[in-house]
Write a protein of this length. Structure first.
Length: 312
């Protein structure tokens, strides 16, 4: 049975309006784990990728706030810290449910590096939102004080943005394969992975956040998966989202969806990267299927029975 790769969106880790403390996050993750359990009960091998935008942003803010008493950690190290924190919560919540159901192969978090290219144009055009939301006035004041870039995020407010280069290699792919072969469920490439570049034969961390959906695509490619399941806040990708005539996409060919993307139907800060990841995966082979759907529809989505189903 081929591997399924699941990409968990921010709503699977933290709900809007909820406190940002660890206990509240763990409570959300427990609900997420219950949805993933439906898939695991089918016996299908599964690897999980998760986002980290709000969490890594808070870690960076904490580092900056403490800079007067201790040197702040580099951005790539903050990303590694978020991988460990979020992976621990998923591992704990899902592990408890799997043990209660008598399922073998408990989850295992793997701190994962993802290689990017040093000359990726994304480094000169930061677009990936991290951290909390601000009003435009607050964002402009922060920009003037810190020099960081801020942009409006899909009508929800203003956030700091960092470079989001394209992933070209999952560095620990062999370790992920070994975990799957041993019957474990890897939690890997968290937050899109720790972005690294290769210099003189060595890897060096860089200040960026790789889009987790694109990292999940790269992982699915490397694992030879046949399904990429992208879980988000809505059940379908939509044309004319939020406007009169909004239309949900259900089953769609990669060629048709590529045309809709070119027409600007999907916002760059929200649905756009999910559609791009689904397209890159589906376009890679006729037997592949990418699905974009809500967390609550994870089970039927994994079987291609819910959400936006994209085929090559």
């Amino acid at each position: 049975m081929n591997t399924l790769v699941v990409a968990l969106g921010g709503n699977a880790l933290q709900r809007s309006g909820m406190p940002a403390d660890a206990d509240s996050q763990l409570a959300v993750v427990r609900k997420t784990a219950a949805q993933l359990l439906h898939i695991l009960k089918t016996g299908r091998p599964m690897a999980v990728v998760h986002g980290n935008g709000p969490q890594v942003g808070r870690i960076v803010l904490q580092n900056e706030a403490a800079a007067a008493v201790t040197p702040p950690m580099p951005f790539d190290v903050c990303g590694a810290m978020s991988q460990g924190m979020i992976g621990y919560h998923i591992q704990q919540a899902l592990g408890e449910l799997m043990a209660a159901e008598g399922l073998p192969g408990l989850p295992a978090t793997l701190v994962t590096q993802v290689r990017v290219l040093a000359d990726d144009p994304a480094f000169s055009n930061p677009t990936k939102p991290i951290g909390p939301f601000y009003s435009e006035r607050e964002a402009q004041a922060l920009k003037a004080r810190t020099g960081f870039a801020y942009r409006e995020d899909a009508g929800r407010g203003w956030r700091r943005v960092v470079a989001s280069p394209l992933p070209v290699e999952i560095v620990e792919l062999a370790q992920v394969k070994a975990l799957l072969a041993a019957g474990f469920m890897p939690i890997t490439a968290g937050g899109g992975g720790i972005p690294v570049v290769r210099e003189n034969g060595a890897l060096r961390g860089v200040a960026a956040v790789i889009d987790k959906d694109l990292a999940a695509w790269r992982l699915a490619e490397g694992l030879g998966a046949d399904v990429l399941l992208i879980l988000t806040e809505v059940e379908h990708a939509c044309l004319d989202y939020g406007r009169p005539g909004e239309r949900a996409l259900r089953r769609v060919s990669a060629k048709e969806l590529r045309g809709y993307l070119a027409q600007g139907h999907f916002a760059a800060g929200s649905m756009g990267p999910k559609v791009e990841a689904a397209l890159r995966f589906a376009e890679g082979g006729k037997s592949r299927m990418a699905v974009i759907t809500s967390l609550e529809m994870a089970g039927p989505g994994a079987a291609g029975q819910a959400g936006t189903v994209v085929t090559g």
